[in-house]
Design a protein around this ligand. Structure first.
Ligand code: PEP
Ligand code: MG
Length: 573
């Protein structure tokens, strides 16, 4: 039995034989087979057919998975139709290259630009481009890009799994997905999560240790893969799979129940929304509204800003998805790892410490005010039967940013003839400066929402995208728990409620501690809601408080985590 570690990309466990997915072979280039005109036509035809196939795949995925998952392939089709790419291929043919060499070189030129990006998000798009390139090269060679679909349920293992490969293997034969490269933000990982398939990425060197049919145990919760597990481990994994099935059924019964502790202390359990699909997943998971709608996806991957009507239409759909609940829409949070192509900015030496979040909003008031206008119009259009809009500002560090952001909101509301009565305004607590000034932020707002992802990054000076320093920034760290306790105390004293919308909220043991610290709302990815709900319902408020204060007194994160874990299995406070 060999144990390999990777990065957890989609939760769940599986035990099944491996099916190795071979990479598409790139054709040897024997030079042009026809005149430059013929070669040009061949490239044009291959690009056009690739775009057509990708649009068909988009339609099929949208039908199978629902929502906007098919959009990935619409974007791929747009790559194949990119005028710049076609012009580059034509130029190369004019210089004597074959259709194949010209297409490969043009794609690779684009790829280098993306792969060189510091942004994990953009670097992940380089893999998307390879997917389109391989399809075009296969079409030029008269070969199919269809993958060999395994006959039995298998763990699909690939060096790099392209989104189109993931989508073209029927769900029923995929027990899990393992890749040697990739990150949890790659589309293959995103697709695996929405399909409910366990996935581990970044398992370097696994392919050379395997044959087709080698049994694998995949732990998508811990990011671990076991090759040829021994009998004892297989039995343990089977038990986990059975137990997970039983737990799923139990949790399903709680779907429409509200979040509260065993003794009835109310805690709202909301979903984080980052796409249209997330709205459906949230409803299916029984989310009580949304504590964080990340609006960035409306802006990324495009060459101009979305217009007000498009933004308003999405927000209206988000409000309509949660009747009777609150929907916290966060204003644009880009910059750092999520640059906007249409907002021209000088490159920054330290983007994570640069013009991001509310800073970019205040520096680009037209963009910011258009978004506020869209939010207010969506609120009017959705009407009283829909969810209640709340507006939240990201990455504040000084109270004057809140004053400034609110001034824009007041002015836009006046221009729109919109009454702000009943509209809650909140601030994300994501910088140490904001956490320490929580009382001032709470005095100027209705709620604070702690974004633990960024708060940890800035508190520990540990880049949230750098796996090598990830362990330093642990949400269970006693100083983090103490700081959250202080933020809650300061906010409650000013009559503001407090949410947590970073990843920490989705960890059941941490959720218990957060509730013990007085947090009123937890917002998380939808898949985590059922387990957090069940765990809280098994714990009294007194238990949550006792666990939180014991964990906060420990010397370090490891000791605090041990305290939380022990407390979750033993409900006696
Ligand atoms: C956070 O920083 O915790 C947060 C929720 O915001 P994002 O992950 O979108 O930066
Ligand atoms: Mg953040």
């Amino acid at each position: 039995m060999t144990r390999l570690r990777g990065r957890a990309a989609a939760p769940g466990v599986a035990l099944a034989p491996a099916a190795l997915l071979r990479p598409t072979e790139v054709e040897n280039d024997d030079g042009p087979s026809g005149s430059p005109d013929e070669e040009r036509r061949r490239v044009e035809d291959a690009l056009a057919r690739a775009a057509e196939q990708l649009r068909e795949l988009a339609a099929q995925v949208s039908a199978d998975v629902g929502g906007d998952q098919g959009d990935i392939f619409e974007a791929h089709a747009a790559f194949a139709e990119d005028p710049e790419l076609r012009a580059r291929a034509r130029e190369r043919i004019d210089d004597g290259a074959s259709a194949t060499a010209a297409a490969a070189a043009s794609f690779d030129g684009f790829r280098e630009l993306l792969a060189a990006s510091d942004s994990e998000y953009l670097a992940a798009r380089a893999a998307d481009l390879d997917d389109v390139r391989d399809r075009v090269l296969a079409l030029l060679a008269g070969r199919s890009v269809d993958v060999d679909v395994p006959n039995e349920r298998s763990v699909i293992v690939a060096h790099e799994l392209t989104p189109s490969q993931t989508a073209s293997i029927p769900r029923r034969v995929i027990a899990a997905v393992v890749t040697e490269t990739g990150s949890p933000t790659s589309h293959a990982a995103i697709l695996a999560r929405s399909l409910g398939i366990p996935a581990v990425v970044g398992v370097a060197g696994i392919i050379e240790l395997l044959d087709d049919g080698t049994e694998l145990a995949v732990d998508g919760d811990d990011g671990e893969v076991l090759i040829a597990p021994d009998e004892e481990t297989r039995t343990a994994i089977r038990e986990r799979i059975t137990e997970a099935g039983r737990r799923r059924e139990q949790l399903e019964e709680l779907r429409d129940e509200p979040g509260h502790t065993a003794d009835g202390h109310r805690v709202e359990l909301a979903a984080n929304i980052g796409s249209e699909t997330d709205l459906e997943l949230a409803a299916a998971a029984g989310a009580e509204g949304s504590g964080l709608v990340r609006t960035e996806f409306l802006y990324l991957d495009r060459t101009d800003a979305p217009d007000i009507a498009e933004q308003a239409a999405f927000v209206e759909r988000a409000l309509t998805a949660f009747p009777g609940h609150r929907v916290v829409v966060r204003t644009l949070d880009v910059g750092a790892d999520k640059p906007l192509p249409f907002v021209a900015r000088e490159p920054e030496p330290n983007p994570a410490l640069g013009l991001r979040g509310i800073r970019l909003g205040l520096a680009s008031p037209d963009l910011f005010r258009d978004q506020l206008r869209a939010l207010l119009r969506a609120r009017t259009a959705a009407g009283d039967a829909a969810g209640r809009l709340a507006i939240m500002f990201p990455l504040l560090s000084v109270p004057s940013e809140l004053t400034e952001a609110r001034r824009h909101l007041d002015e836009v509301a006046a221009e729109e003839g919109h009454h702000l009565d009943g509209l809650e305004v909140g601030v994300m607590i994501e910088t140490p400066a904001a956490a320490l000034a929580a009382d001032q932020f709470a005095a100027g707002s209705d709620f604070l929402s702690i974004g633990t992802n960024d708060l940890l990054q800035y508190l520990f000076a540990a880049d949230r995208l750098n796996a090598e320093v990830a362990e330093i920034a642990d949400a269970a760290s006693p100083i983090v728990l103490q700081l959250i306790g202080e933020v809650v105390r300061a906010a409650h004293a000013k009559g503001a409620w407090v949410g947590v919308c970073g990843e920490a909220a989705s960890d059941p043991a941490l959720a218990v501690a957060l509730v013990g610290l007085g947090v009123d709302e937890l917002s998380m990815n939808s898949a985590a809601i059922p387990e957090v709900k069940a765990t809280l319902r098994e714990s009294t408020l007194a238990h949550c408080r006792a666990v939180a204060s014991r964990a906060a007194e420990q010397a370090d994160a490891a000791a605090a985590r041990a305290e939380l874990k022990g407390a979750c299995s033993d409900q006696e406070a």
